[in-house]
Design a protein around this ligand. Structure first.
Ligand code: ZN
Ligand code: ZN
Length: 302
């Protein structure tokens, strides 16, 4: 054995050590102290923060500038009541949480889904009056997108979430139903679309198709799982399809959510911004698909 190692060329030893030694943290570059399936150091994980402040009790939007009253709904929910009972998100889509989701989704570091699912479990368990029996349904990708990416990140998160919930709260009856909801057409990428175009783009895109899926959904309390909640267009479209198929309730859980720009402004400035942008309602700003902030100077016509 010793003789073999002595005669082993350096590049071969490097190859061996890269397998045996932990790689650097994919977020900060520091060497990982231990081998880990998700290549992110504990310092980076510890920098994640759950959403805080007064949140809309229906969609989880930060009410910041709008109200300190946690009983009042945000402007979007007042304009158009969401079809879901409640949407929750672990944290804001920024900093390390954003990088982690991108690592999962675009760099295909699938093991990152496990700790993200555990974070998601903490905010699901904080839902008041959480039904004791839940059917966990990931937001589907169209099969062409799934083929390109090789996996559905929402499905990985749903699996990890269900495992974490079973461990922490075994009395909740959970069933995974990854095929219950399907995407009827390959929607255009949401990139560059305005909030209204995003809703139109998704109209009729989700459905519960087939007798098996319909009987799975009927009368059940659904836990809908996705990676990011941006304008809520996806959560609304999926919830509508599930309710139409006979679901009793839908709760939506996402790892992160984008922040509505106006909610971050102090009250007088927010009001001024709303007045200033009111004439431009028809000319909503196009949005990149991957946004941390968005403007809601629009009415909802769901
Ligand atoms: Zn790190
Ligand atoms: Zn709301």
């Amino acid at each position: 054995m010793v003789r073999v190692l002595r005669s082993t060329p350096t590049h071969a030893l490097n190859a061996v050590s890269s397998v045996l030694l932990p790689s650097p943290c994919r977020l900060c570059g520091e060497p990982l102290a231990e081998l880990s399936a998700a290549p992110v150091c504990s310092t980076c994980w510890n920098q994640l923060h759950p959403q805080s402040g007064a949140l809309c009790p229906r969609c989880g939007e930060n009410l910041g500038a709008e109200s300190n009253d946690t009983a009042s709904l945000c402007r979007i929910c007042r304009l158009a009541e969401p079809p879901f009972a409640r949407a929750v998100a672990y944290g804001l889509y920024q900093d390390h949480l954003r990088s982690l989701i991108q690592l999962l989704k675009y760099s295909r570091v699938e093991p990152v889904a496990v700790p993200l699912g555990e974070l998601l479990a903490t905010c699901v368990l904080a839902i008041p009056d959480l039904p004791s029996s839940l059917l966990v349904v990931p937001v589907p990708l169209h099969r062409s997108r799934r083929r390109t990416r090789g996996f559905n990140q929402s499905e990985l998160l749903a699996n990890a979430l269900a495992r974490a919930l079973r461990r922490v709260q075994p009395q909740i009856r959970l069933q995974l139903a990854p095929g219950a909801l399907s995407r009827s057409r390959a929607t255009e990428s949401q990139a560059g679309l305005t909030p209204r175009q995003r809703r139109d783009n998704l109209r009729g895109a989700f459905l519960v198709s087939g007798k098996q899926a319909q009987s799975q959904i009927k009368g059940r309390h659904i836990l809908l799982v996705d990676d990011i909640y941006t304008t809520g267009a996806t959560a609304r479209a999926c919830s509508k399809a599930l309710i139409r198929a006979g679901a009793a309730t839908v709760h939506a859980a996402t790892v992160a959510r984008a922040q509505r720009y106006e909610a971050l402004l102090p009250q007088p400035l927010a009001a001024a911004t709303e007045n200033f942008t009111a004439p431009a309602i028809a000319a909503e700003l196009p949005m990149h698909e991957d946004v941390a902030f968005w403007r809601s100077n629009t009415t909802l016509n769901q």
